[in-house]
Design a protein around this ligand. Structure first.
Ligand code: NAG
Ligand code: NAG
Ligand code: NAG
Length: 249
């Protein structure tokens, strides 16, 4: 009996502490909210791999029309120095629209702190990314420096083209030079627009960089083996000839 009362007492004390902490937390969040903190990404001096996320855009009847699995890195050039920002998928708002021959996927951070917009086009049975727009408004890289927005755009392009119903896939990086001050790196990247059966990627089409990365070691390996075999046969042949020569002597 005594022990049970004891435990009850402890429970009450612990509850009181938890309640106190909760109250304090609430006070803090209220204070923060009233400040109206504008979200700005922090640029990093070092290059690291961006987190990978799958972004899906659905049309007005809830059918997926764009799917992209990728890591996004903003590369800012300020005063000849390079800075990096890895897009944080947990803060992204997905937007855009799905048309029959045109579609747009936009990934936006709170307060428009960064915007990445991919424009897709479909021509006959091929689709591709025809344009790309990017903005980022990071925290200034030095104290007291002015707030800047870095922008870049690619237009009339034909990126990541594959047949409708298939997906473009690239584990090698895709570096897009959108302006002298802003580059966008997509690594890895799998992308498909317009026809997505049940929201799944279709047949994967490997990018050229991945293909060469995969095939060149095989070619080099085969060449080395080939050269080795030639060397061995040649030396055997020469030995044979020499022996024949000796025999004749
Ligand atoms: C973000 O930008 C879009 C257009 O680029 C604008 O319509 C919207 O109001 C902006 N949102 C904020 C929070 O600034
Ligand atoms: C970008 O592509 C989308 C979709 O194809 C299109 O609607 C938009 O007009 C294009 N924007 C520019 C600036 O070319
Ligand atoms: C930069 O923007 C932040 C947030 O919007 C603001 O608090 C700060 O005063 C601005 N700094 C300058 C130098 O404009």
């Amino acid at each position: 009996m005594m022990r049970r009362a004891h435990t009850k007492g402890w429970c009450l004390i612990i509850l009181a502490i938890i309640a106190g902490v909760q109250l304090q937390k609430n006070e803090f969040s209220v204070q923060h909210a009233s400040e109206h903190h504008i979200y700005r990404p922090a640029l990093q001096p070092t290059d690291t791999l961006p987190p990978i996320e799958t972004y899906t855009l659905k049309n007005h009847v809830g059918k997926p029309c764009i799917k992209a699995t990728m890591g996004v890195e903003y590369i800012v050039i300020e005063n000849k120095k390079t800075w990096y920002y890895n897009l944080d998928p947990s803060r992204i708002k997905i937007g855009g629209y799905c048309g029959k021959e045109a579609a747009v996927l936009s990934l936006t951070l709170p307060d428009n702190a960064s915007i990445l917009e991919l424009g897709f086009r479909k021509e006959r049975n091929i689709f591709y990314v025809s344009n790309l727009t990017a903005h980022v408004s990071p925290l200034p890289v030095c104290q007291g420096c002015v707030n800047k927005t870095y922008s870049g755009v690619l237009t009339d392009d034909k990126l990541f083209a594959v047949a409708d119903g298939q997906s473009f896939k690239c584990n090698s990086e895709n570096l897009l030079l959108t302006s002298p001050e802003l580059r966008i790196r997509l690594v890895p990247l799998q992308i498909q627009a317009f026809t997505l059966l049940k929201g799944h990627y279709g047949k994967e089409v490997e990018c050229w960089a991945d293909f060469t990365k995969r095939v060149i070691p095989i070619i080099i390996g085969a060449t080395v083996v080939g050269l080795f075999l030639i060397a061995v046969t040649t030396s055997l042949f020469l030995k044979d000839r020499r022996r024949e020569g000796y025999d004749r002597l």
